[in-house]
Each structure stands twice: as C-alpha cells, then as structure tokens.
Design a protein around this ligand. Structure first.
Ligand code: B12
Length: 177
C-alpha cells in the first residue's frame, strides 16, 4: 500500500526480497530475528544524477539528508513498539547508524526485485528507471523485524500530513564526507 508522503516522494511497505530473506544475517550480523518487512522511500531528484556532475552531487546530498530526516525518526518509532528497524545509508549501502556492518545492501537490486523497475547502466553503476521520473530517482530502504502490517500501522500515522518534509540545516547531524 502506497504511503501518502508528499510531492515527488513515494513510500510503501513490502515483504522482504528473496535476497534479504536469504542473506539478512550477512546484512545484519548482530540481529537474531529475521527481516520481515521493508519500507522503500523513493524521492524524485530535481536534477539528473546519472553522472558525476556538481548538480548531481548536490541533489544526492539534499535527497540523502531528507531521506535520513524522514526515516531515522521512523526507525525510533518502530523501536518504541519493541521491534527492530534499521535505515541503510543510501550513499553507502551500510546501516546509517550504530551497528556492526555486514555486507552492503544494494538498494537498486532490492527495488528491482520488489518493484520490478527497469535498470540502466550508468557508467560503472546500475540505476533504477522509475516509470515516471526515469533515472532521476533516489532510493532509500528501512528494514524491519515486524511483519508488513505492523510496520504499516506505525508508518501511516508517522507520515501524517503534519510531518515536516522540509529539512532545516540545523537538524542535519551528519553530512557527506
Ligand atoms: C557501489 C556503488 C557504486 C560503485 C559501483 C557499483 C557497482 N559496480 O555496482 C561506483 C562508485 C562506481 C558507483 C558509481 C555511480 N553511482 Co553508484 N552506487 C553504489 C552503491 C553504494 C552500492 C551498489 C551496490 O551494492 N552494488 C553491488 C556491487 C558493488 O556488488 P556486486 O558484487 O556487483 O553485487 C552484489 C550485491 O549486489 C549483493 N547484494 C547486496 N544487496 C543485494 C540485494 C539484492 C536483491 C541482490 C540480488 C543482490 C544484493 O549481492 C551481489 C553479489 O554478491 C549504491 C547505493 C546503494 N545503497 O545501493 C549507489 C547507487 C546505485 N549509485 C548511484 C549513482 C547515481 C551512481 C552514478 C551513476 C552517478 C553518481 N553521481 O554517483 C555513478 C557512475 C557514474 C559514471 N559515469 O560512472 C545511485 C543510483 C540512483 C538510481 N536512480 O538508481 C545509487 C543508488 C546511490 C544513490 N542513492 O544515489 N556506484
């Protein structure tokens, strides 16, 4: 079910992809319970990001900051309901905060698996092709130990219309190195 988040932002809760069901211990070595759901956040990029340009790096920076601004507090809400949730850093594929990393999560491969979006080779990397936004899409993934219905029940009120989608710089606690 699509979450109603905002303009140029799409979010939905899904069961885990085959790779995650099979490899969750390699992705999260310190977890003792399996990953049972994912929240996928897709943001439309204001510029093309398919090459190493200043505009692309600026857009990726802003989109990453907003993904963290929106999803990190959601993981804390999940913890308050006694489930586990981790935001994977969209820039690196490793957990965003405080945990022993395993193998990096390939966001593009997961979304290709779960949503069936096309992929295109962009230089040395593979990019998702969103049905409406093309490759101007910035993915971010939260994995969770709760079943999809439980994560949805937490996410729907969280992404209520009052949620501030705009980032003010003072909130940014972590920037790209
Ligand atoms: C590593 C990486 C790179 C590497 C190359 C990666 C590669 N060969 O795949 C480098 C640094 C070269 C690169 C470049 C670029 N990248 Co890049 N990259 C990533 C990163 C961090 C990880 C991708 C990854 O894991 N690849 C897997 C490779 C390294 O491993 P592999 O052995 O081939 O495959 C294993 C994994 O896939 C693993 N796996 C892990 N999880 C999963 C899940 C599933 C379902 C499966 C099947 C497998 C799997 O299993 C496989 C076998 O062991 C992602 C961010 C992310 N969190 O996913 C961005 C990302 C894919 N890159 C992105 C972009 C835009 C680029 C660029 C095109 C432009 C730019 N400005 O950065 C440039 C290339 C420009 C050019 N002209 O060449 C964007 C794509 C956005 C989109 N629309 O999809 C991402 C999502 C980053 C972001 N959030 O913006 N990138």
């Amino acid at each position: 079910m699509q979450l109603d988040i905002g303009e140029d932002i799409e979010g939905a809760v899904h069961p885990p992809s085959g790779f995650i069901r099979q490899h969750w211990r390699r992705l999260l070595p310190h977890w003792s319970t399996p990953v049972l759901s994912l929240l996928i956040l897709l943001q439309r990029s204001p510029t093309s990001i398919d090459d190493y340009t200043a505009a692309a790096e600026r857009s990726k920076q802003q989109l990453r900051d907003r993904a963290i601004h929106l999803l990190q507090p959601l993981t804390e809400r999940v913890h308050q309901s006694d489930y586990r949730a981790i935001l994977f850093d969209p820039q690196t594929g490793y957990p965003y905060q405080g945990t022993m990393p395993g193998i990096p999560l390939n966001d593009v491969a997961v979304i290709y698996d779960v949503l069936g979006y096309d992929l295109e080779q962009c230089g040395e990397c593979y990019c998702l092709v969103h049905p409406h936004w093309g490759n101007q899409v910035y993915p971010a993934i939260v994995v969770c130990s709760a079943i999809p219905a439980v994560l949805e029940a937490i996410a729907i009120p969280y992404f209520s219309p009052t949620l501030d989608l705009q980032i003010n710089p003072s909130q940014l606690q972590y920037r790209h190195c």
